[in-house]
Ligand binder design. Structure first.
Ligand code: WQD
Length: 319
């Protein structure tokens, strides 16, 4: 079967494209190149440049490649920007998904994997957040991911489409240097940027109710995340019509910002003490996955740790 990977020229999507190819699956990439990079697409995988809002182009692409499965990663993903431009986020992330689902079901696609986020939970009040925890997103970005899950699930119920929503936790690292994250939106690249500029890494708040006072997150290596997509795609392929999975994709292990900054200093050869700044508005103290359901449903567990993430991300930056 052939998988259409939307957003497959992006940081995570390109990792998924490479991992699917390595697993012997056929893939085509669909990306508007707004943030994606053409060179990330694996050789031998065709790239169609376009928007998921373009129904006619989607129809042509799905038919031309006889696509039977979709992995949908194309989306806007900046929390702060979503607060300033909610309508843009709803158009691209929710309307783009709705159009894609319409095209996919019309074209006879039978499996659909949706890129969701731990942002759907908002501020969890448990140590390990299970998939059944209440979803109370704190930003328009998180809302669009939750609404996306609803759209995907409802379509599966109505049409028999096999669906999975993967709730990514904090993604970092690179499988190969060329696939590294070129954005500067998250902790690891932001700390790299400051260290390289000879400045102290910033910690946004050290007075949280956590062991060292800094926020705790569940960091997941993008290569492990890509393998989770492969496992999900293969699981859906053999599943009954209407199968519907919602899975946390994390390691189930909390790492604090201070611990991450220490690992980054060690792995990059810097030894620059961090500067403690004010809290960043909207940051929950702790967000860590319960990772058991993914192990049960798709037989997947993360293998790589934060040191692997930092070292591989740094190799990508230096390349
Ligand atoms: C991690 C921690 C910061 C930079 C967001 C989205 C989530 C997902 C991943 C998209 C926080 C702290 C950061 C710095 C710091 N997005 N920090 N100094 O906020 O957990 O999650 O990105 O798909 O949905 O909400 O990730 O990497 O921005 O921050 O102290 O220079 O690091 O305050 O506690 P976050 P992040």
């Amino acid at each position: 079967m052939t998988w259409l990977i939307t957003g497959g020229a992006g940081y995570i999507g390109a990792h998924v494209a490479h991992a699917l190819r390595a697993a012997g699956e056929q893939a085509v990439v669909y990306d508007d190149l707004s943030t994606g990079i053409r060179e990330r697409v694996p050789s031998g995988v065709e790239l169609t440049v376009g928007s998921t809002l373009d129904r006619a182009l989607l129809d042509r692409t799905l038919t031309a490649h006889a696509v039977t499965g979709v992995i949908h990663l194309a989306a806007k993903k900046q929390v702060g920007e979503s607060v300033e431009q909610p309508l843009r986020y709803y158009r691209e992330n929710v309307e783009g998904l709705r159009v894609l689902l319409e095209a996919a079901t019309a074209a006879g696609v039978h499996s659909f994997v949706f890129s969701s986020s731990a942002a759907v939970y908002g501020v969890p009040d448990v140590d390990l957040v299970t998939e059944d925890a209440p979803c109370m997103p704190m930003s328009p970005y998180g809302e669009t991911k939750l609404a996306g899950e609803w759209l995907v699930r409802a379509t599966g119920r109505a049409t028999g489409l096999r669906t999975a929503s993967l709730r990514y936790f904090n993604v970092a690292g690179a499988a190969t240097p060329e696939l590294a994250d070129t954005g500067l939106c998250n902790l690891v690249p932001m700390v790299f940027e400051r260290l390289s500029a000879g400045e102290a890494p910033q910690i946004f708040g050290a007075d949280y109710p956590t062991p060292d006072g800094t926020c705790v997150r569940d960091y997941i290596h993008v290569a492990d995340l890509a393998e989770a997509h492969v496992a999900t795609a293969q699981r859906l392929s053999g599943a009954a019509p209407g199968t519907d999975l919602t899975l946390n994709i994390g390691r189930g292990e909390g790492v604090s910002v201070r611990e991450m900054v220490d690992v980054i200093n060690q792995e990059t050869g810097y030894a620059t003490p961090p500067a403690i700044m004010d809290r960043r508005p909207g940051d929950p103290a702790r967000v860590v996955a319960a990772a058991d359901r993914a192990a049960e449903e798709i037989g997947w567990r993360a293998k790589l740790d934060v040191r692997d993430m930092v070292a591989s991300a740094w190799a990508g930056r230096a390349s």
